[in-house]
Design a protein around this ligand. Structure first.
Ligand code: APR
Length: 323
């Protein structure tokens, strides 16, 4: 799946934005677009095959899927249009990957940098903007949004999502493990179930993990993530060091994510299940730890998702934010 890393990040951020429902914050998507603009993100654009292009291809009988051909400079290329209204206004569809494009059937296409597409959009008076991945979880980018995004400075963002950490499309999913790292119940059991037996095989080589620390593995059958970061939360005892150890789980997981080139990470509520950490206290500790880490990494753009599996987890974060 030879996706452009930034296009993959954008595809994932759009998925999580839809997964988060109507109140989901769009900043993670803006970050992914802006990061892509700054890193020459390539998008797939569908083109109408004109006579001139067909000549460039040569004998269409011989052309086969996957052939590449160079288009002479200045060759008129017409992008595919999707009607925006009855007055001739249209959107241009863009795709983050072949898989997204193929959801609407095969079509001739070329790669173009998102930045050049954004900068060219004013050349077409009847074009109202772009639709990214129009056949599924789509993102409309009208001209006013494009102007905003060209000037947008990406900054790390924390989102609260009601749902399972395993459903998140991120670079790293965090597991609330135990010190053996050999699986268990709760989210640990769910992640091992989803990732498959290869995960346990890799975990066996890690020689366990101390409370407050974190170790990283592959994600195996969880295809919409690249890594799993296993961290061991404290069993709640009411002592002062509980908060220090819990905060260390978040800090060490974020450090590992950064060291492994991740731009997005999803946390469950570490220690708030079997390990008995009171959810309101845990929400405060985890949020402060993440905010402190972001302060210490001002030049990093990390999309952080706190996944609330239970309603009381989401309520605890919202209560903290309203303080
Ligand atoms: N996605 C997101 N969160 C989940 C999921 C899921 N699929 N399943 C459970 N949770 C939430 C729970 O609602 C809880 O708030 O994860 C939080 C952590 O609960 P546990 O999984 O019990 O983890 P923890 O409290 O840290 O205890 C760790 O439990 O499963 C064992 O092997 C694990 O021994 C370790 C201990």
């Amino acid at each position: 799946m030879n996706k452009d890393k930034y296009a993959l990040d954008l595809e994932r951020a759009i998925f999580n934005w839809y997964y988060g429902g109507d109140n989901a914050a769009p900043e993670s998507v803006f970050n992914a677009v802006a990061n892509g603009l700054n890193n020459d993100m390539q998008m797939i654009v569908q083109i109408e095959l004109s006579e001139a292009i067909l000549q460039a291809i040569g004998d269409p009988e011989k052309a086969k899927v996957g052939d590449t051909f160079s288009l002479k400079e200045g060759l008129p290329i017409k992008f595919r249009h999707i009607a925006a209204d009855e007055d001739g206004h249209y959107f241009i569809p863009l795709f983050t990957s072949q898989e997204e494009m193929n959801k609407g059937g095969a079509y001739s296409s070329i790669n173009q940098s998102l930045k050049s597409l954004f900068e060219a959009v004013d050349n077409w008076p009847d074009c109202v903007g772009y639709i990214i991945n129009p056949w599924d979880r789509k993102l409309f980018l009208r001209k006013n949004y494009i102007k905003m995004l060209l000037a947008y400075k990406p900054k790390s963002h924390i989102s609260f999502v009601k749902g399972s950490v395993i459903d998140m499309h991120v670079d790293a999913i965090v597991n609330a493990a135990n010190s053996s790292l050999l699986g268990g119940g709760g989210v640990d059991g769910a992640i091992h179930m989803a990732a498959g037996p290869e995960l346990l095989k890799e975990c066996r080589k890690l020689n366990g993990c101390n409370t407050g620390e974190a170790k990283i593995t592959g994600s195996y059958n969880i295809k919409h993530a690249d890594h799993i970061i296993h961290t061991v939360g404290p069993v709640y005892s009411g002592k002062k060091e509980d908060a220090e150890l819990l905060a260390a789980c978040y800090t060490n997981s974020l450090d590992l994510a950064l060291e492994n080139g991740c731009n997005s990470i999803a946390f469950p509520g570490i220690s708030t299940g079997v390990y008995g950490y009171p959810i309101q206290e845990a929400a405060t500790v985890s949020l402060l730890a993440a905010a402190k880490w972001l302060d210490a990494h001002p030049d990093t753009v990390m999309n952080i998702y706190f996944c609330c599996y239970r309603d009381d987890e989401m309520a605890a974060y919202m209560a903290f934010l309203r303080k």
